[in-house]
Ligand binder design. Structure first.
Ligand code: MRU
Length: 342
């Protein structure tokens, strides 16, 4: 499942995830503004994918400047990156990808082929993400036992990444290795990443999956209905505190209460070595309208105020292990997370 994003004839084509699983519609991003819009309005979503799309956005932005002025300067690049950085605040993969693009620009600013080099850099971020997912998934699959029922929240699959996925990558790899597993996918209100995207991805590959409303996690944790939890992440602090889709914290509390292993699968680009703990992670608050309406249909009293925090932070003490492309991270988290950057 890697056809959800591709670069062709100088444009970025992305599968519109708002339309899944009902329609496969592609949006063609021809410039910086198209890309920024696609991230903000969640045409594309998922931390690693946001980073990849932003990297292509930098290439498109530079291309526009070169076309109009003949040369892209450092202030032009700063303006492009600022526009992309402002799209969604929580996933650190966005800032990480922009840094990579800035470095590539700095090294090649005076070269006649700067645009080509920058585009290659975006493609290499994309390709490397798929490789990293496959690698972390192989490590993660070792933690899965034959017969497991695995709960996942939101969508940390191919759709949320360059391809293959993180939490769903681990599940894919376990399935591919012949382990008989079943997945429980939470609906993930209000955007319904679980119901619309995770269920779709897994069904396409014949991986057994059952959909549950978000509020079933307490009951199923208490009656042995879940043997493991695997989720993705949007930003992981040095101490292991982890931002992920709103509701993850509640799931981690249930897992802790009933001694269910709780794994976070994420590439190194999701770790933020600039922050000591989760209190420094910016939490995106989206428009309450997204809670009040589902697929354009009003679900409640029209004028009620609604709140929508897109992410929460799970304290490190509720996390059993992190699964990365460099291996499984054990306690003490701070020591081993720091080593990812050395
Ligand atoms: O709001 P979204 O859909 O971008 O949130 C996505 C998540 O929370 C994912 O779990 C996370 O980005 C990891 S994706 C590999």
């Amino acid at each position: 499942m890697t056809d959800h994003i591709y670069w062709k004839d100088g444009s970025l084509n992305v599968l519109d995830q708002r339309e899944l699983p009902f329609k496969k519609v592609y949006i063609r991003c021809k410039g910086l503004v198209d890309v920024a819009k696609a991230i903000t309005n969640m045409t594309v979503r998922g931390a690693p994918l946001i980073g990849i799309v932003a990297a292509y956005g930098v290439a498109l932005g530079i291309g526009e400047v070169v076309k109009s002025k003949g040369h892209c300067s450092q202030p032009d690049l700063d303006r492009i990156c600022k526009r992309l950085q402002g799209t969604r605040p929580t996933a650190v993969n966005l800032a990480w990808a922009l840094e990579r693009m800035k470095d590539a620009f700095k090294k090649n600013v005076d070269e006649s082929n700067v645009l080509e080099v920058i585009t290659e850099e975006a493609i290499s971020i994309h390709v490397k993400d798929i490789e990293n997912n496959r690698m972390l998934s192989l490590y993660g699959a070792e933690l899965i036992d034959d017969g497991d029922t695995i709960l996942t929240h939101c969508n940390a699959g191919a759709l949320a990444t360059g391809g293959y996925g993180t939490a769903l990558g681990v599940i894919r790899a376990a399935h591919e290795s012949g382990k008989r597993i079943k997945v429980l996918a939470t609906e993930t209100r209000p955007y319904m990443q679980g119901a619309r995207l995770t269920v779709w991805e897994l069904s396409q590959e014949g991986i057994p999956v059952e959909l549950i409303p978000d509020n079933h996690v307490g009951l199923l944790s208490s009656n042995k209905g879940i043997s493991k939890v695997i989720v993705g992440a949007d930003r992981i602090a040095l101490n292991g505190d982890t931002a992920n889709k709103i509701g993850t914290y509640m799931i981690a509390l249930c897992a802790h209460q009933f001694r269910i292993p709780f794994y976070v699968a994420a590439p190194v680009s999701t770790f933020d070595n600039h922050i000591e703990s989760g209190v420094y992670i910016p939490i995106e608050e989206r428009d309450g309208k997204e809670v009040k309406y589902l697929q354009g249909k009003l679900l409640t009293v029209k004028d009620v105020k609604a709140r929508y925090y897109s992410f929460d932070v799970t304290p490190a003490r509720f996390i059993t292990n992190f699964i990365t492309e460099k291996g499984i991270i054990e306690r003490p988290f701070r020591k081993y997370i720091k080593m990812l950057f050395s």
